[in-house]
Design a binder for this molecule. Structure first.
Ligand SMILES: CC(C)(COP(=O)(O)OP(=O)(O)OC[C@H]1O[C@@H](n2cnc3c(N)ncnc32)[C@H](O)[C@@H]1OP(=O)(O)O)[C@@H](O)C(=O)NCCC(=O)NCCS
Length: 167
């Protein structure tokens, strides 16, 4: 039976990195979305993994963000990946949906995600008005989406930056 669980780094982190390598390849780190993650840390209690027979078969990682001049807080959802052997039953939406519930329960006001609107629209993400959110690099605005968590995502506006974590 597939279980959807919070990430326990000591158990899951290496398998998640393997899944990302297999799914996205090295080009992944060139993406603008990666600029939001590079000096940040995802939140294990909000991240979700799908585990089958002890193996990680899907993941959604979640990162803290700061948005615009008011320094509003938001969560950045992604990457989302499903092992190629287990695609076809919307498992990516299941792990992301549970991570959304966890973010809301923790009191985060809003979620931001860059991806396919036809897919992530199924779990409540909507495309933002063009240039309402700006990113530290080139970004196709038609793929920028938000979703309410405990607050109002439509209030978010301005430059999106990752929350820098100092070692
Ligand atoms: C995207 C991904 C997570 C979807 O896996 P899944 O949850 O098993 O989804 P399914 O295969 O059940 O597909 C569900 C629907 O979404 C569509 N879909 C799948 N991947 C899509 C994508 N990248 N863009 C747009 N639509 C997509 C499918 O065609 C299907 O549509 P249908 O119901 O009309 O046939 C998986 O294909 C994957 O890991 N891809 C590589 C990584 C990636 O692109 N991640 C998303 C961006 S962070």
């Amino acid at each position: 039976m597939i279980q959807i669980l919070p990430e326990t780094p000591v158990l899951h982190a290496a398998a998640i990195e393997d899944l990302f390598d297999r799914t996205f390849g090295p080009g992944h780190f060139a993406k603008t979305a990666e600029r939001l993650r590079e000096y940040s840390r995802s939140i294990p209690e909000v991240n979700r993994v799908a585990v089958l027979d002890g193996k990680v078969i899907a993941v959604c990682r979640v990162w803290p963000l700061v948005v615009g001049p008011n320094k509003d807080r938001a969560l950045f959802y992604g990457p989302v990946a499903v092992a190629s052997s287990h695609r076809g039953s919307r498992l990516g939406l299941s792990v992301t949906g549970e991570a959304l519930e966890a973010g809301k329960a923790a009191g985060w006001p809003a979620a931001i995600l860059i991806g396919a609107p036809s897919y992530f629209g199924e779990i409540g993400f909507t495309v933002t008005p063009k240039n309402q959110l700006l990113f530290p690099g080139p970004q196709d605005q038609a793929r920028v989406m938000v979703r309410d968590l405990a607050g109002d995502a439509s209030q978010l506006s301005g430059m999106v930056t990752g929350l820098v974590v100092r070692a």
